[in-house]
Design a protein around this ligand. Structure first.
Ligand SMILES: Nc1ncnc2c1ncn2[C@@H]1O[C@H](COP(=O)(O)OP(=O)(O)OP(=O)(O)O)[C@@H](O)[C@H]1O
Length: 613
C-alpha cells in the first residue's frame, strides 16, 4: 500500500468502496441531483426535436402560424433546461462539497491522532500536502469538474437515446463516435500525465533557481558568477519552454483526434439520414434533428474529455486522503497524539484519580493516582531496543526525578508513561490497573520542552485545557505559576493574540503557559520532560518554582536535567543505556558514591551556586 517513508495511499478498490459508501449515505441528495440533471438534459434535447419538427412543417407548406407553438416549446425547454441544469450543478456540487468537507475533517482528525513516531518517520510535508494540495484538487473537481462531467454524460446518453427514438439507425450512427472518443482519451491520458508532471517539475526547478540566485545575489556578485548563473537560468527556462511546447503539441493532437471523432459521428448521421430519407424510413426533419442533437454534444463532450485528467488527478488525491482516514487508531508504534500537543491530555480534563471526562472509562477505572511501569521494553520504528525492561513505581503523590546521560532513554520512558508511545512489551498502570495508551492519557498529562502556543487569544489557549474555564479560574492558574503579571501586562491582557503571527512569547513564558494549562487540566499524574531545562539559570529557577506549584499534590515524574530538581524530589531514579542503574533519595545516592554521585559532582562543579538548595 505504501513505501516505508510515506503515509499509506488507498488502492483503487478501497477508494471506490469509500466513494460508494459516502454516496449511499447521501443517497437522497444524490438521487435528487441525478433526477434534476436528467430533467435538464431532457429539456436540452427538446429544441433539436422541435427544430426537426419545424423543418417537416415547412416542407409540408404549413402556415406561418405553425411556428408559434414550436417557438413556445423551444423557449419553454430553454428555460426549464437552463434552470434544471443550474440546479443540478448546484446540487451535485453540494453533495460533493459535503463529502469533501467530511473527508477533510476526518483526515485532519486522523492526522492529529497519528502516532508521534509515524509523523516523525513520514515527515509533516507528506501530511500537509494531503490536507492542502490534495484536498484543493478534490475540491476543484467536486465543485466544477464533476458537475460538468455528469451534465455532459447525461446529455450524451439522452441525445443518443433521442436519436435512436427517431430511428434506431440514427442512434447507431451517432454512437459511431463513442469508440473514437474513447480511443482519443486512451491515447492522450497515458502520454499527458508524465508530460504534465515533467512540466511541473521543470517550472518548480526554474523558480527554485531564480529564488536561489536572488537570495544569493551578493555571493553571485562576489564571485562574479553572473554570466554562469544567467546561463543556468536560461537553460532552465528553455527546458520549461520546450516541455510546455511539447505539452501543447500533445494537446493539439488530442484535439485533432476528438475532432476526427466528431467528424465521423456527424458524417455517419448525415449519411444514415440521407439513406433513411431516401427510403422513406425517416423524415428530413428527423435527420436534421439528429444532426443538430449530435452537433449540440460537441461542447459538453469536449469539456468532459478535456477535464478528464483533472478528474484523474482528483481521484489520485482522493486515494491519498482515504489512505490517511483508513489508518487504524493504533497503527504504527504508538498512539494517538502529535508531539506538539503533548502538553495537553487528549480528551481535555481528567478528574483526579478517576475517569470523569474520559471516554471509554469503565469497570477497570483505576483506584488511585499511583503510577507503575513494569518490564517496559521499546525500540523506535523497528530499530534497536532503547529500553530494556524498565520497571519503576511512583506511589500516589510522590515526586520522582529521572536523571541520566543523554540518550539514556529518559524521554522515551516519559512518553511511554504518558501514553504517547506504546511500549513494545510491559505495562503502564495507574492505581494498580494496567491501561492502554489512549486511556492512560486521561490520567496523565505531560509537558515537553517543545511547548506549542496555539495561535489566538491567550485566554483561548488556556481554555483548550479546560473548556469553559472562567476568567477567575484562568487567572488563578496563571497566578499559581507566576505568569499572571506578565500576562495581564500584555498589550490586550489575556485577550492578546499569541502564537504564530501574534505576540511572541519567550520560551519561559510558553513553559509557564503550559504549566498553567496543566493546573486547568488537573490530572492525577504529571510528567515534566525537561520542562525547565531551556531557560537561563535565573529563568530556570523561576520555572522550577512554577513547575513545583503546578504539580503540587500530583504524582509527578520529572525528567531532570537540572539536578537541583532531583535534589528536591522524594526519590531519584538514575537511567543509563535504557536501564535503571540506581534509585533512592538524593542524599543516599550522593553518599553511595555511584553514578548519581558522579553526575551530582559534575553538576556542582558546573553550577556551584545551585548546591545551596
Ligand atoms: N524519534 C526517535 N527515533 C529513533 N530513535 C530515537 C528517537 N528518539 C530517541 N531515540 C533514541 O532513543 C534513545 C533514547 O533517547 P531518549 O531521548 O529517550 O534519551 P534521553 O535520556 O531522554 O536523552 P536526552 O537527555 O538527550 O533527551 C537514544 O539512543 C536516541 O537516539
Amino acid at each position: 500500500m505504501t513505501g516505508p517513508d510515506r503515509l499509506p495511499v488507498a488502492d483503487a478498490r478501497r477508494t471506490w468502496a469509500w466513494l460508494r459508501l459516502e454516496l449511499r449515505a447521501r443517497w437522497i441528495g444524490g438521487t435528487l441531483a441525478a433526477l434534476v440533471g436528467v430533467v435538464g438534459a431532457a429539456a436540452s434535447v427538446v429544441p433539436a426535436y422541435a427544430l426537426g419538427n419545424l423543418v417537416d412543417r415547412v416542407r409540408e407548406n404549413a402556415p406561418v402560424s405553425a411556428i408559434v407553438p414550436i417557438a413556445v416549446v423551444i423557449v419553454a425547454a430553454a428555460v426549464v433546461g437552463g434552470a434544471a441544469t443550474g440546479t443540478a450543478t448546484y446540487l451535485i456540487g453540494r453533495v460533493c462539497g459535503h463529502m469533501l468537507a467530511d473527508l477533510r475533517e476526518r483526515t485532519v482528525a486522523r492526522a492529529l491522532a497519528l502516532p508521534v513516531t509515524t509523523l516523525e518517520r513520514v515527515g509533516k510535508g507528506d501530511l500537509l500536502s494531503r490536507v492542502s494540495t490534495d484536498a484543493a484538487s478534490i475540491g476543484k473537481a467536486a465543485t466544477s469538474v464533476v458537475p460538468t462531467m455528469i451534465s455532459a454524460f447525461l446529455l450524451g446518453v439522452l441525445s443518443i437515446a433521442a436519436m435512436a427514438g427517431m430511428d434506431w439507425r440514427l442512434g447507431l450512427a451517432g454512437a459511431v463516435a463513442v469508440p473514437l472518443y474513447v480511443a482519443a482519451l486512451r491515447w492522450y491520458l497515458p502520454r499527458a500525465a508524465p508530460k504534465y508532471a515533467a512540466e511541473r517539475r521543470a517550472v518548480a526547478g526554474n523558480s527554485q533557481l531564480l529564488v536561489e540566485n536572488m537570495q544569493g545575489a551578493r555571493t553571485v556578485h562576489a564571485y562574479r558568477l553572473e554570466q554562469r548563473r544567467l546561463r543556468d537560468i536560461g537553460d532552465a527556462s528553455h527546458q520549461v519552454h520546450d516541455i510546455s511546447v511539447s505539452v501543447f503539441t500533445l494537446f493539439t493532437r488530442f484535439v485533432g483526434r476528438v475532432n476526427r471523432a466528431e467528424f465521423f459521428g456527424l458524417a455517419a448521421i448525415l449519411v444514415a439520414g440521407f439513406l433513411l430519407v431516401r427510403s422513406g424510413a425517416a423524415t428530413v426533419g428527423q435527420s436534421a434533428a439528429a444532426a443538430v442533437l449530435f452537433h449540440r454534444l460537441f461542447n459538453p463532450i469536449g469539456m468532459l474529455l478535456f477535464t478528464f485528467d483533472e478528474l484523474q488527478a482528483a481521484a489520485a488525491s482522493l486515494a491519498r486522503l482515504v489512505g490517511v482516514v483508513d489508518l487504524a487508531p493504533d497503527q504504527g508504534d504508538g498512539p494517538d497524539r502529535p508531539a506538539g500537543d503533548a502538553d495537553r491530555p487528549a480528551g481535555g480534563v481528567a478528574a483526579r484519580g478517576g475517569d470523569a471526562g474520559c471516554p471509554g472509562a469503565g469497570a477497570s477505572a483505576p483506584g488511585g493516582a499511583g503510577l507503575e511501569l513494569s518490564g517496559v521494553r521499546f525500540g523506535y520504528d523497528g530499530g534497536p531496543e532503547v529500553l530494556h525492561g524498565v520497571s519503576i513505581s511512583l506511589p500516589a503523590g510522590a515526586r520522582v526525578a529521572l536523571v541520566g546521560s543523554t540518550g539514556a532513554g529518559k524521554s522515551t520512558l516519559a512518553a511511554i508513561a504518558a501514553g504517547i508511545l506504546r511500549p513494545g512489551s510491559g505495562t503502564v498502570s495507574v492505581g494498580g490497573v494496567a491501561l492502554p495508551p489512549d486511556r492512560l492519557r486521561a490520567h496523565v498529562a505531560i509537558i515537553t520542552q517543545e511547548v506549542h502556543v496555539f495561535a489566538g487569544p491567550l485566554i483561548e489557549d488556556l481554555r483548550l485545557a479546560r473548556q469553559g474555564a472562567s476568567p477567575g479560574e484562568i487567572a488563578s492558574a496563571l497566578s499559581a505559576v507566576g505568569a499572571l503579571d506578565w500576562a495581564t501586562a500584555l498589550p490586550d491582557g489575556l485577550d492578546t493574540v499569541v502564537g504564530e503571527g501574534g505576540h511572541e512569547l519567550t520560551t519561559a513564558q510558553a513553559q509557564q503557559l503550559a504549566l498553567a494549562r496543566l493546573i486547568l487540566v488537573d490530572p492525577a499524574i504529571a510528567i515534566l520532560d525537561e520542562a525547565t531545562a531551556e531557560a537561563g539559570s535565573l529563568g530556570a529557577r523561576t520555572l522550577e518554582e512554577s513547575a513545583a506549584a503546578a504539580t503540587r499534590g500530583r504524582t509527578t515524574l520529572i525528567v531532570a536535567h537540572r539536578l537541583t530538581q532531583a535534589a528536591a524530589a522524594d526519590r531519584v531514579v538514575v537511567m543509563e543505556h535504557g536501564r535503571i542503574v540506581e534509585q533512592g533519595r538524593h542524599q543516599e545516592l550522593v553518599a553511595a558514591g555511584g553514578r548519581y554521585a558522579q553526575l551530582w559532582r559534575a553538576w556542582e562543579a558546573r553550577t556551584p551556586t545551585s548546591t545551596s538548595r
